[in-house]
Design a protein. Structure first.
Length: 228
């Protein structure tokens, strides 16, 4: 079993095994952990690794098949919306797109999703900020590939357009998470206490976002080159 060892110079105590979307095995370990100990841990986790890799292979087959045909539906706000192959292109009650394979529609889909995100996520962020008594200087929509959102020291909230694929509950968690960073620019206990006061089930919502990532991957929406 081949795997990549990533040694952490920070105070990592645990060994974390990660399977990338393309099926590669990455092992995050404490800096001085001997390779013999890493081998022993990987062997102990081999059944889980095999199952997870196979799941990724199956997911890749689904993704590749979907990318090669015109989509019949697309994810939005925790559900799927139908697609009609009619002009003018965009989103109203459903997606209106050219009748092309999904892989050829990804640039136009990014523009459509960004527009929906701007019209949906920005006012929602301002509404929640008002409810929490938090001031933000701006709310921006970006194309971040690895983060749902971020908060700058100047209280600018950045949200990925990909978040629009999630349900309202999950969207609200991400927004609240970033709003809480206007008070705590770290992930200290005080920060998580504040998050929990607003979103008591935030841990479950974090798990829910992992499923959204899988949906984005399946539809090829996870890693589109920026078309702007």
């Amino acid at each position: 079993m081949e795997y990549e060892i990533i040694r952490s110079k920070k105070r990592r105590k645990l060994v974390q095994t990660r399977i990338t979307p393309d099926g590669r095995i990455q092992v995050y370990v404490p800096y001085n952990l001997p390779e013999s100990e890493i081998d022993r841990i990987i062997e102990k986790r081999s059944d889980w690794i095999d199952r997870t890799v196979q799941a990724h292979v199956s997911e890749d087959l689904i993704r590749n098949e979907m990318l090669c045909i015109p989509p019949q539906e697309l994810p939005l706000l925790g559900a799927v919306k139908p697609v009609k192959f009619e002009k003018p292109y965009g989103f109203r009650d459903c997606f209106y797109l050219p009748e092309k394979p999904l892989k050829d529609l990804l640039p136009i889909l990014q523009r459509i999703y960004r527009d929906i995100a701007r019209r949906t996520l920005v006012p929602r962020t301002l509404l929640l900020a008002g409810r929490l008594g938090i001031s933000v200087s701006d709310v921006k929509i970006n194309s971040a590939r690895t983060r749902w959102g971020s908060c700058s020291s100047r209280h600018v909230i950045n949200l990925s357009w990909k978040l629009i694929a999630a349900s309202q509950e999950l969207i609200d968690y991400v927004i609240v998470h970033e709003l809480c960073h206007t008070c705590y620019m770290d992930h200290s206990q005080e920060f998580w206490t504040m998050v929990q006061q607003v979103i008591p089930d935030y841990k479950q919502r974090i798990e829910g976002l992992k499923e959204v990532s899988k949906v984005l991957y399946r539809y090829g929406l996870d890693n589109i080159p920026n078309s702007r």
